[in-house]
Ligand binder design. Structure first.
Ligand code: NAD
Length: 453
């Protein structure tokens, strides 16, 4: 089936209103859950081939997110979808005001390779829960997971409800020529702009989940041991190929030596070695070489080993790095952590503020004044105080970027809203209406209108 036929079939199905039925939506969600549960070993095998990701990490950073999102909607879909009554202003008395949540229609979801199940299926769950149809285009860079998604979803779902199409730039360019009712894109800011332009042709609303350089800051008041282990875990998870990984680290110069020492201990303890099952691989040699070039930034404090055949880069800490170095020129998206010492926290905030708004930011501190400074001064998509990455696991929080790191957000309620139109309706009584708004206009009417508004 080509894209035109596929889209037409989804349009026709959507206009028949079958997706408005909440039990239909829940059935689709439970079907995703059961397909994944039945095929976990196949899914694990595919992701191991793409990224060397272990079974436990595949569960904890990919599938569990999809299961949790499904369970959230099974529990909350009825109340989320119920029309919401809001108060009615004086001039609209006697009347009642409600917000109706209606599905947008046929949606396109374009995913990335770094978390190839989470970044595709969580938005798909939100879209289906909100009553839309879905065409999903995973990243061709993680080809095994893209193929397994296509095989499993396409054999279990009617194409007019949910269908996976595979392909790279050419295929995506072709798909983007067509009119969708919503495009949800996860990927780089560069491609995000291409998607946004294509969407603009049809006035299609978008959610853009993008990336950027996310800072972590460790102040002198921080618990150094806790900071070290949480930064090391968040940075080297998935070999640093995580959109919300700390990209670089600012540390108070007085504690730099102690923090570096602790981080080194953690890296050794966590056994991120060449043969380790619990350490992912770089997705391809193109990215390996891109990352290798960054090793000329500052000097290597720890790590630096890489192996092309095994697509392995050792967790690497760079010191003496400046903003002129290659590692600071673009999002790293790999297991390299540049460390920059600082003397003045306010100055650090100013430097970060001058850069593009990051997807995430982290601070390790025990002082409330420093926490306040971080929240007050910096604009970022989401983040943590005294942790890294974990904000993504709370589906009561919207997940998304700001400025260059994205438009819109999702997860839980926010995912539902992202794929819904909020239709506002006032239902008026046909009696008890003053004559104020109708001509002929008089001074007395004008006074009353002013008073009532
Ligand atoms: P990418 O932008 O290269 O690719 C993303 C998707 O766009 C893929 O499906 C790809 O096939 C498609 N694509 C690529 N070039 C295209 C083009 N010219 N026209 C149309 N479609 C095109 O991103 P990536 O390399 O897969 O992922 C890395 C980036 O994604 C990083 O910047 C990372 O921070 C970001 N990211 C963000 C999030 C988030 O939730 N905000 C999550 C994961 C990754």
């Amino acid at each position: 089936m080509n894209i035109v036929e596929l889209l037409n079939s989804q349009r026709k199905f959507f206009s028949g209103d079958a997706t408005k039925d909440l039990s239909f939506r829940k059935k689709q969600l439970l079907r995703i859950e059961s397909v994944l549960e039945k095929n976990e070993s196949k899914l694990n095998e595919a992701i191991y081939k793409d990224l060397g990701k272990s079974g436990i990490e595949t569960y904890s950073t990919e599938l569990s997110f999809v299961y949790n999102e499904i369970q959230y909607f099974i529990k909350n879909l009825n109340s989320l979808s119920r029309p919401k009554r809001v108060s009615t202003n004086l001039i609209n008395q006697l009347g009642s005001s409600k917000i109706y949540y209606e599905p947008l229609g046929c949606t396109l979801i374009i995913g990335t390779w770094n978390y190839p199940y989470q970044m595709t299926l969580v938005p798909a769950v939100c879209a289906l829960a909100a009553g839309n149809t879905v065409i999903l285009k995973p990243s061709e860079v993680a080809s095994h997971t893209a193929n397994v998604l296509a095989e499993l979803i396409n054999s279990e779902f009617p194409p007019e409800v949910f269908h996976v199409v595979t392909g790279g730039v050419d295929e995506t360019t072709e798909i983007l020529k067509h009119r969708f009712d919503k495009i949800f894109f996860t990927g780089s800011p560069h491609v995000g702009k291409i998607v946004y332009q294509a969407a603009a042709t049809h006035l299609t609303p978008v959610t853009l989940e993008l990336g950027g350089k996310s800072p972590a800051i460790v102040t002198a008041s921080a618990n150094i041991k806790v900071a070290a282990r949480r930064i090391v875990w968040g940075k080297f998870l998935n070999a640093g190929q995580t959109c919300i990984a700390p990209d670089y680290l600012y540390v108070d110069a007085d504690i730099e030596k102690d923090l570096l020492e602790e981080m080194k201990k953690c890296i050794i303890k966590y056994k991120y070695t060449k043969d380790a099952e619990n350490y992912s691989r770089i997705v391809n040699s193109k990215n390996l070489y891109r990352l290798q070039k960054m090793l000329d930034s500052g000097s290597i404090y720890f790590g630096g080993e890489f192996n092309e055949e095994q697509l392995y880069i050792e967790p690497t800490i760079l010191t003496g790095v400046t903003w002129e170095d290659s590692a600071m020129q673009e999002e790293i998206f790999g297991p390299i952590l540049p460390v920059l010492p600082y003397d003045d926290l306010e100055e650090v905030m100013e430097v970060i503020k001058q850069k593009e708004k990051p997807l995430s930011a982290y601070i390790f501190t025990s002082k409330s004044s420093e926490k306040e400074l971080f929240i007050e001064k910096l604009s970022f998509g989401g983040g943590c105080i005294n942790d890294t990455v974990m904000h993504i696991t709370n589906s009561n929080l919207p997940f998304g970027g700001v400025g260059n790191s994205g438009i819109g957000n999702y997860h839980g309620l926010f995912g539902f809203l992202s794929f819904s139109h909020q239709k506002s309706v006032i239902d008026k009584a046909t009696w008890g209406e003053p004559d104020l708004r109708y001509p002929p206009y008089t001074n007395a009417k004008r006074k009353w209108i002013k008073r009532l508004q």
